[in-house]
Design a protein around this ligand. Sequence first.
Ligand SMILES: [Zn+2]
Length: 348
Amino acid sequence: MHIRFLALAGMLLLSSVHAANQAIQLPSPAAPVRNAAELKERIAVSNAAVKPAESSRPVAPAATARQRASAAIDNEADDMQLLAERISARLAALRKNREARPPVSRKQPAAAVAAAAASSNGHPRHDWSYEGESGPAYWGSMNPAWSACGNGKRQSPIDIRDGFRVNLEPVQFDYQPTRFSVLDNGQTVMVNLSLGNTITVTGRSYELTQFHFHLPSEERVNGQSYPMVLHLVHKDAAGRLAVVALLVEEGEPHGVVQQVWDNLPLESNDAVMATVSMDPAKLLPARREYYTYMGSLTTPPCTEGVLWIVMKEPIRLSSQQIALFARLYPMNARPIQPLAGRRIKESN
Ligand SMILES: [Zn+2]
C-alpha cells in the first residue's frame, strides 16, 4: 500500500509539475503557483482530494495527507530517493521555465492583458487596429484621449522631402549589450530593453526603452516607401520622447533582428525574456546622417512633441526575415499625415 501510495503521489507530483509548466491545472485553488513550497502544498491538497479512490479512509485535511506521505517516504527510502531526484529535476526545470517568462498570467483573457498593457502606457483602450471601423481614420473619435489622432497638426508619419540641408550635429549613440524581452502586443513585435542605452542630441540625453517594427515603413522619403521600419523609442528624464527610425531594405540577414525573431513569443500578448543579451549598437547603419522633424506617436494616443530622427541610410533584413514579420503583421503602418508647414532638417 505504501508503494502504491508512493507511486500515485509521485505520478501526481510529476504530472502536476508538468502541468504547471503550461498552466496550473490542479483542482483548487486555480491561481498560479509562485514557488516550489506552494506547489508541494497544492499537490498535498490534491492528493488528499483523490485519496478516497485509493483507500477507504475518509477525506483527510491537507496536513494529515502530508503526514501520511511523510510516513510512507520514511518506509520507502530508496524509492523516495529516486522520486526525490526526479521531482527536484522537474522543479528545477519548472523554476527555469518560470524565470524565463514575464510576469503576465496566461490565465488572464487577452483583452485584460491588452488593457493592462495599455493602461501602463497611459492608454485607456487598446482596441484600435489598422483597418475597418477601428482603423486610423477612426482613432481620433474612438476615445477622447486619442483626439490628437484626428485633429492634431503635428502628426506622424510624414513624407520626408524638401528638408533644410544643414550641418546637423551627429546623434551620440551610447548603446551596449543589454538584456531584452520580446513582446507580441497584438499590434507589433516590441523589444523591451534593460536600462543603460542612451542617445544624446541637442544637449539632451534620452534613454532607449524599446524598439518595434512596422511593415511597410510608415515614413516615406521623397514619396518612396520601404519594406519595413524599426522605431527605437527613447525618453528623457522629463518624459520627452525621441524616436530613431531605421528604414529597412532587403539584403543580407540581420543578426540582431534574428535574435528578436528567435525569441518571438508563441502567442499574441505574450512575452519572452531572452537568455542572451543583444547589442542595439549593431542595429544602426554605418552612416549616421539623418532627417529630423517634430511629430507624434504613430499609434493612439498620437501624442505630439516627439522628436523624430530618421536615419538616411537604410539597414538590411533578408527577404525571409521580412516575410516572417509579414506573416504576423501584413500591414501595421499608419498612413502619411500632412506636414502642415512643419520644418524638416537634414544632414548635409
Ligand atoms: Zn512605431
